[in-house]
Design a protein around this ligand. Sequence first.
Ligand code: PMP
Ligand code: GLN
Length: 377
Amino acid sequence: MGSTIFAEMSALAVSTGSVNLGQGFPDTDGPREIAEAAAAAILAGRGNQYPPVPGIPELRHAIAAHQQRFYGLAFDPDSEVQVTAGATEAIAAALLALVEPGDEVIAFEPYYDSYAACIALAGGVRVPVTLRAPGFRPDLDAVRAAVTPRTRLILLNTPHNPTGTVFTRDELAAIAGLACERDLLVICDEVYEHMVYAGEHVPIGSLPGMRERTVSISSAGKTFSFTGWKVGWVTAAPELIAAVRAVKQFLTFVSSGPFQYAVAEALRMPDAYFAGISEALQVKRDLLCAGLAGVGFGVYPPDGTYFVTTDIRRLGGADGVEFCRDLPHQAGVVAIPNSVFYDDPDAGRTQVRFAFCKRPEVLQEALARIEKWAAQR
Ligand code: PMP
Ligand code: GLN
């Protein structure tokens, strides 16, 4: 199930007529004016032919301005920004560029499925540090213990998919201190940067000593609810960007020409748009968390992302994979078993992830179905 989990579960949702709370994609498109900007770019012939490999200048300037506006981070749009085919390509290019065969990569499990695949593609060795229920906080002693002379980099994701953990400034400072002390690079996947319900998103690249050793990754897919456009980006010091670019040009060369123009506009939307993302999602989070808790799921309310991790033991579940294969047939709802995000098959065995980036009536319908299913058991 592991490698194709999202596609497999979305196909199952279609074939069973289920409400799909598995794969994380919104069921409402992003801002109308941004969609219109993409359409206008296509019709005006902007980006219909290969855009520049680094990304169009308008978008690179907008990415740099966004980093400055929200985090006070200054990046040179020419030498310190690279546009990619979604965060997915950014992760692949960064790992392929920076990891040599045999290098160790520390990553917090459960991890987003492309991490393990891309570390393997690079010939690297992944060294998991486990985030454990109920808090899913990073064990900083375990991180320190995981560092060896072969460690090349730490791969971070905050806000974290699938647990919803938002790493605190203190946690990040400890990881940053270790990276500086042991001369490690950090790749930080920040695609959920604007989806935070408690605490704040702190880019680790903003901490002392980290500017030169951090590769920061984000994407328009989550922030602007256009996951199909596949516009992502990397911000980092010039040598790191040059390394990422060298790989990226042989992965896709370029992508998403007209969408780059639209995302350049999106990144310049007013602060209220960005604040509104978390405000709207928080209501949905609370709705789904309360509903799932009501039928007996153990619920770990997330501080960030649009996912909630649950535990199925109180419902008599022992294996999330089995549970998620049965649920569409029995209840008409699709979810994702967290065990596919772990190296350790036992960790996360009883955890199941639901996405709440859906219209309230869709969440209500999913809950009604689950309630009916639970009542009949
Ligand atoms: N990282 C994480 C943690 C994600 O959840 C996702 C969503 N698929 C991605 C990266 C990939 O983002 P994109 O769709 O921009 O490739
Ligand atoms: N990021 C989304 C998730 O975690 C979608 C992943 C995908 O379809 N590859 O569900």
